[in-house]
Design a protein around this ligand. Structure first.
Ligand code: HMG
Ligand code: MG
Length: 301
């Protein structure tokens, strides 16, 4: 049966936008529960400014705790953890934490780039080039994110030609995978097909992941369109937790359990236990003090 990989975002994309800040202990409990539900890839922190995103502070402490637990076999040995790194300073702290995978994150629109990482697109590419080179010299895998692929909260429409050029640049800089972000949840399947048809002319589908926020309820349809074109990697967030602090009004990533329900029903395998995911969402709702938006956690399965 065809396999789909879920890259779990709740600990980073999810928590970075929550009013309730979770402690390292609470975040570790979530990681353990997700690991026990079968998640094998998760982004668990960000080496960014604690003034800009206080929710991600102590990411280094969390990562050290996680890697210690994995050594003691409290977490599956095949679970891969990653964290965001915007610049050299972030890379230094990432290296110190012992993490084996990082992700650089840029945008396809200038205003979003400025608001999110305080530099232009071309400045960001220069920073990433250095970070990627140094990370790879330290045997650290690097993922790339491209935000605002389908639209920008400040500029509106984004040129597809610009997106394609940037995807090409990221791949040439040495990211092993690029995640195409619908940061504000405006994409529709037609647009997804248009962009992916172009992207897949220059890259194998194994290097492409899709990252849909579900602001307007089109994320599941967009995943279906991506599946039809051979994409097998999706960034999702337990319960639909999150948003983006620099994309006002944007909802969280599409909910992990809602995507997994659809995939299993269509005959795809994910290695995930749906009931355990739902239970974890219910636990998570209590931690953040609100009902999370996933559909499946309301029906119970
Ligand atoms: P900056 O202000 O331009 O950095 O921030 P700077 O080099 O001018 O330094 C200013 C201060 O920040 C200094 O501290 C630095 O030490 C510190 P001071 O001397 O004033 O005390 N600093 C740092 N501290 C910790 N870690 C660092 C770091 N770098 C500098 N790495 C920076 C640049 C990128 C750090 C800042 O703009 C920032 O933290 N932005 C937040 C970015 C972020 O986390 N955004 C949310 C995630 S992206 C996202 O959600 C989209 C995604 O999900 C895909 C999608 O949906 O599209 C990935
Ligand atoms: Mg995102």
């Amino acid at each position: 049966m065809p396999r789909v990989q879920i890259i779990e975002m709740s600990l980073r994309d999810g928590l970075q936008n929550e009013v309730t800040h979770l402690s390292v202990g609470q975040r570790f409990s979530l990681i353990k529960k997700l690991n026990d539900a079968g998640i094998r890839r998760m982004e668990i922190g960000a080496f960014v400014s604690p003034t800009w995103v206080p929710q991600m502070s102590e990411s280094g402490k969390l990562i050290k705790k996680v890697l210690r637990a994995q050594k003691m076999r409290r977490l599956h040995k095949e679970t891969h953890f990653s964290a965001l790194v915007p610049n050299r300073k972030g890379l230094e702290t990432a290296l110190e934490s012992g993490i084996k995978e990082i992700a650089v994150f840029g945008a396809a629109s200038e205003t979003f780039s400025q608001r999110n990482i305080n530099c232009s697109i071309s400045q960001s590419l220069k920073k990433f080039e250095e970070v990627i080179k140094e990370a790879r010299a330290n045997k650290i895998k690097v993922r790339g994110y491209l935000s605002t692929v389908f639209g920008c909260p400040y500029e509106g429409a984004v040129s597809q030609a610009k997106v394609i050029k940037l995807v090409e640049k990221y791949l040439a800089m040495g990211v092993y995978e690029i995640s195409l972000g619908d940061t504000i949840g405006v994409a529709t399947p037609k647009q997804v097909r248009e962009i992916l048809n172009k992207v897949l002319k220059m890259s194998n589908s194994s290097k492409i992941a899709m990252h849909f926020h579900d602001t307007r309820g089109t994320a599941i349809a967009n995943i279906l369109a991506s599946l039809d074109l051979g994409i097998r990697k999706f960034d999702t967030s337990l319960g639909g937790l999150g948003g983006c602090p620099y994309a006002p009004g944007a909802a969280g990533n599409v909910a992990t359990e809602d995507v997994v329900y659809m995939l299993h029903g269509m005959g795809y395998t994910t290695g995930l236990d749906l009931q355990k995911l739902i239970k974890t969402t219910q636990w998570m709702s209590r931690q953040v003090g609100r009902q999370l938006p996933s559909k499946l956690s309301l029906t119970g399965g």
